[in-house]
Design a protein around this ligand. Structure first.
Ligand code: SIN
Length: 538
């Protein structure tokens, strides 16, 4: 089968440019940066990221980071909210561990220069759906991710043990016969096509982020193509929960605009949803109305759109004081202005889009994957924190906690130094394909449309089977090629991850959290209160 190829490119390690490091971090969102800062206490670290440091889901995060920060709040309450939202599939030990580390790591972020918004000398907090206490901290209003990322980048830059390389595309993880990860092969975007580099690493931390670009409509940046999941799969890592992709209920719906996120904290502070007839409808779907868990709000919006044959619904913020709004939500204010939407007068057109990959590379409480010397943290990892549905703003917290954990695991590892790597000569040759040249952009667009149609908010057996059939057909002539640049490799990775997601969704014959099967609308604890794991037969 062509999709079972071990590496995407030909490799001849003798003639390939080589670097060596104790610890390699792939990805520069909150998890990757925090991991690098931790590992660099005792190791030398290289961070590579595929775009610029600004190209991450972290950078785009608006609402905030959830943590117990008020006297009226408790760890028990944050734990209960996370478990309730996760619909029976959270790993309780992991939830406990993440929630309890929150306040200390938030203090540390503050001491590293993160300018969280404050009230009376304390970090200000707000509400999001599923939270029973206001515990979502924010920075510069709705620019939380950027402000956190900037503080972490500054901290990392001050550390002589950390080298950051932008515009470096990681093609594949290198492994040896002992199931150990020994580094990566990648491509510096400034090098000529076909000139790849090997980075041998005693430890590799996968922090490649999400996969929203697998869908036609997404809040994610262009880099979020699921590369980390695909390369871990090719290397033989165990993946889990790939059917759980969270849709964000409210992204801007304006023809021609990318689907920009409209933060849930707006609803936390009183914004309401109206249908195209101007009616508030959320109360008909859930007692918490606009602050119901995200899966419920997304499905309610979809149902209302279908009922009224409309393409979108609206967020109503007209009752906010305009000056307050501009200060509290400066990014959204500007975004709306740029489309001539006056938030004090006009409704904001919104609809759901793909937002957060809950599933990913299976990790344990030490951020270890099933491959030796390979760790994963952040959105690419599946720790079990989120279960079948993620509580809003728990993901930045998870990235922070498991970034630190991954960094610690690296320097506590007895083979932390690059001196321990036994790197074999790697020679890998892919048979030449005579099939015709491809328009990968066309395949990518068709794939994203297919996922939106058949693997979206509502799923059922026939379209899921059709999705796999179509992807397998495309794979026949895409996966046998050797590409010499990111567009082709991304297309191959996207096909791989989409197929695995559709297979997982097919297997889960029930509805739970973000996974809704119209042919199996009930939750079936007897057969499915468990994770769906997938790995490649090696
Ligand atoms: C938002 O601001 O609504 C997104 C926060 C999140 O996805 O955690």
């Amino acid at each position: 089968m062509p999709d079972f190829r071990r590496y995407l490119v030909n490799i001849d390690s003798i003639s390939t440019h080589q670097l060596f490091t104790d610890c390699l971090v792939i990805g520069a969102g909150i998890a990757g940066l925090r991991a690098a800062i931790e590992a660099a206490k005792h190791c030398n670290v290289i961070i590579v990221c595929k775009g610029s440091l600004e190209d991450s889901n972290t950078w785009k995060a608006q609402g905030g980071i959830a943590s117990v920060l008020n006297k009226t709040d408790t760890f028990e309450s944050h734990i209960t909210d996370t478990l309730n939202t996760g619909c029976g599939l959270c790993d309780q030990g992991i939830v406990d561990l993440v929630v309890r580390q929150g306040p200390e790591l938030m203090e540390q972020l503050l001491s590293w220069g993160t300018e969280f918004d404050q009230i009376d000398g304390h970090i200000a907090t707000t509400l999001e759906g599923g939270h029973t206490h206001p515990r979502v901290a924010h920075a510069h209003g709705d620019e939380t991710g950027r402000i956190i990322a900037e503080a972490l980048i500054k901290k990392a830059r001050q550390n002589p043990n950390i080298k950051m390389v932008e515009n470096f595309y990681t093609i594949d993880l290198l492994t040896n016969d002992d199931n150990e990860c020994i580094g990566i092969i990648g491509h510096d975007k400034h090098s000529p096509p076909g000139t790849d580099q090997i980075i041998w690493a005693a430890n590799t931390i996968l922090a490649t982020g999400g996969a929203g670009q697998l869908y036609r409509e997404t809040t994610n940046p262009e880099v979020a193509t699921g590369d980390g999941i695909a390369m871990a799969y090719r290397a033989g890592a165990v993946l889990q929960d790939l059917e759980f992709l969270q849709f964000h209920p409210t992204t801007l719906y304006v023809a021609g605009a990318s689907r920009a996120l409209i933060t849930e904290t707006l609803r936390g502070e009183g914004a309401v949803l109206l249908d195209n007839k101007g009616r508030r409808f959320m109360k008909e779907y859930h007692e918490s109305a606009e602050l119901a868990p995200r899966d419920i709000v997304s499905r309610a919006i979809l149902a209302q759109m279908l009922k009224n044959k409309s393409t979108h619904v609206y967020l109503d913020v007209r009752h906010f004081d305009k000056e307050y709004f501009a200060k509290r939500f400066p990014h959204i204010f500007e975004l709306c202005e740029s489309f001539d939407i006056d938030v004090s007068r006009d409704l904001i057109p919104v609809r759901p889009s793909a937002h957060y990959m809950i599933g990913g590379v299976k990790t344990d409480a030490s951020a270890k994957t099933s491959i030796e010397n390979l760790y994963a943290c952040g959105e690419v990892a599946s720790t079990g924190l989120h279960g079948a549905n993620r509580l809003g703003s728990n993901s930045l917290l998870e990235g922070l906690v498991f970034g630190k954990t991954a960094g610690q695991s690296v320097y506590q590892h007895k083979k932390a130094s690059v001196a321990h790597i036994k790197h074999p000569l790697i020679k890998y040759q892919i048979p030449h394909s005579d099939r015709s040249l491809l328009d990968t952009a066309d395949i990518r667009n068709s794939l994203r449309a297919l996922m939106w149609r058949n693997m979206g908010i509502t799923r059922k057996a026939r379209p899921l089977a059709e999705t796999q059939e179509i992807i397998r057909f495309w794979q026949r002539y895409v996966m046998d090629k050797v590409f010499d640049g990111p567009a082709g490799w991304e297309c191959q990775n996207m096909l791989t991850v989409c197929l695995l997601m559709a297979q997982s969704a097919q297997m889960r014959q029930e509805s739970r959290g973000v996974h809704f099967r119209s042919d199996f609308p009930d939750t079936d604890d007897e057969h499915f209160k468990k994770r769906i794991e997938i790995s490649k037969e090696l």
